[in-house]
Write a new protein. Sequence first.
Length: 322
Amino acid sequence: MLILKKSDIASSEITPKETYMNRRAFMTGAAAAGMAAMAGERAMRLAEPGGVEAAETLATVKSPLSTPGLTLTPLEDITHYNNFYEFGVNKGDPAEHAGTLRTRPWTIQVEGLVKQPKTFDIDALLKLRPMEERVYRFRCVEAWSMVIPWAGYSLSEFISACDPLPSAKFVQFDSLADRKQELLPWSAGISWPYQEGLRMDEAMHPLTLLTFGLYGEVLPNQDGAPVRVVVPWKYGFKSAKSIVKVKFVKSQPSTTWNDMAPQEYGFYSNVNPNVDHPRWSQKRERVIGAPIWKQLQPTLMFNGYEDQVASLYAGMDLKKNY
Ligand SMILES: Nc1nc2c(c(=O)[nH]1)N[C@H]1C(S)=C(S)[C@@H](COP(=O)(O)O)O[C@H]1N2
Ligand SMILES: [Mo]
């Protein structure tokens, strides 16, 4: 997150549309040709070092909360241009190293201000609500962006199943912290476990997605398998990966980047082109995987979700609460 190198810029030979059409055809079982194409592609992906492992189809329904009219980022870029410091600090590291992450058995432990502490098994969570496909813009604080077809359901559905008490005002997420599966935290320079948090109304907003997959398959390890959060109007670091604990609390919880450099990474971290990062501008973003002449785009207020979420911050000074 702190460094951005030229060599990190990924390129792709697969167009997202071709890939996606093949996947769709496979899912509906409509086209044998599509199926063969996809099987071939899968084999290639498994064969390459750091390739996506154990891809498993997720049946989804299209969501009305999808952002229309966007060009999807190629799968290759989504899976090879990552931030997941537990697997290294360079953009290609998670694809190379996250193969050691074991996603079964997996549980999310729920604690804090709830009627009763609970543990949810990942396979039960996968079935808790119908899986939706949501295409969202995704904007990293480092001034690059992607468009990703996520699969999941609103985090609010999960939160309801947690039975939080009215005294719960914030929710905190812990990522897995296991030195047998991940690099040691000091090698990435972050605290351990990776923690993030949201105010309760942000967590309950229908756009906030509990995410299990992308491009119609379960999440690749490097993208936060088996379950992560996606908050499309906030900088990407608010979206904790590989979550093992959810805690409901009374006051603003500590979060990894805010703890490390509070003057650079605010708790709210809403995408805002009018508030520069102390070391770079947030006015524009580089669209990963786009043709070179379309790569530099203006950044949108709340990452384009202003109409849906601005009311959450009515009366707040967005320059102070960056
Ligand atoms: N556990 C954990 N979650 C994390 C991170 C991380 O390093 N560890 N990086 C964050 C950042 S900075 C971004 S931009 C997104 C990247 O998600 P992606 O690699 O799937 O695009 O994950 C976020 N969630
Ligand atoms: Mo990020």
